[in-house]
Design a protein around this ligand. Structure first.
Ligand code: NAG
Ligand code: NAG
Ligand code: NAG
Length: 228
């Protein structure tokens, strides 16, 4: 191969790589809803994952104190959220979420809700940091698939909906993976007395990377979780 040819091949690869990087850095116009169906013009993202949710709303303006949910910003029957955090899109493939003040004690009567939507994720891996402490039997932490939590669904801890987890007590829980989902919520609630250090949970989405050059770029493809 002449050096001219290989130089051109290298240029071509650099070009495709830059295109790939540029594409992965954009704010995903391809996933924005054609018509925004979200209240208050909240950011609306198209969804083609499992289930019948065809769009999701980020719900960050209508956030917080009224129990707003991450699908369509409707309210649930939980009267108050102290904090609502929504993170939607590729930028949310990995991150961490902790109780207020972590690793100092959390507050009494706190309700913190985080919703994540990661387009094209196939599963989401979670790992807890040390310390972990949530007053057993009183305060509670739930992690599950979906963007909504209905408290009627969780009266019976032995019979949680599929793909939901409940955590309390002390001792760092094992890592776990929510399978077959591109949406997840983390919900924390403390009662009126006795506090503890709380939790810090790290997540990482795993899914198929949309590579332009699948074999060549597999290392770069790892910007989206693990390449299958
Ligand atoms: C979506 O599916 C759930 C059950 O899986 C059902 O309760 C709900 O009515 C469906 N919603 C629509 C808009 O079809
Ligand atoms: C997940 O936890 C198991 C033990 O429960 C451990 O062997 C494994 O290395 C952990 N995985 C990661 C990625 O931290
Ligand atoms: C939670 O853990 C992650 C990963 O170890 C770390 O980057 C982050 O700073 C921690 N958050 C807090 C509040 O300690």
């Amino acid at each position: 191969m002449s050096s001219q040819v290989s130089e051109n091949i290298i240029k071509l690869f650099v070009f495709f790589f830059l295109v790939y990087v540029a594409k992965s850095q954009t704010s995903e116009p391809d996933t924005l809803c054609d018509i925004n169906t979200c209240p208050n013009d909240e950011r609306c993202l198209r969804r083609d994952g499992p289930g019948n949710l065809t769009f999701v709303c980020e719900c960050v303006q209508t956030r917080a104190r009224d129990g707003t949910m991450g699908h369509n910003c409707f309210k649930n029957n939980d009267p108050v959220h102290s904090t609502f955090l929504g993170c939607y899109g590729k930028a949310c493939e990995r991150g961490s979420f902790s109780s207020p003040n972590y690793p100092q004690d959390y507050e009494t009567r706190d309700k913190t809700f985080m919703a994540l939507y990661i387009p094209h994720a196939k599963s989401i891996f979670f790992d807890f940091s040390s310390p972990f402490c949530i007053e057993e039997g009183k305060d509670e932490l739930y992690v599950g698939s979906g963007l909504e939590i209905y408290f009627g669904d969780i009266d019976d801890l032995d019979n949680l909906p599929e793909n939901w987890y409940h955590f309390d007590g002390s001792g760092v829980p094992s890592n776990f993976t929510l399978q077959g989902t591109d949406t997840t919520f983390v919900y924390f609630s403390s009662d009126k007395s006795t506090v503890c250090e709380g939790f810090n949970i790290t997540w990482e989405a795993q899914g198929k990377t949309r590579c332009l050059l699948p074999n060549t770029l597999s290392n770069f493809g790892s910007t989206f979780g693990r390449v299958e």
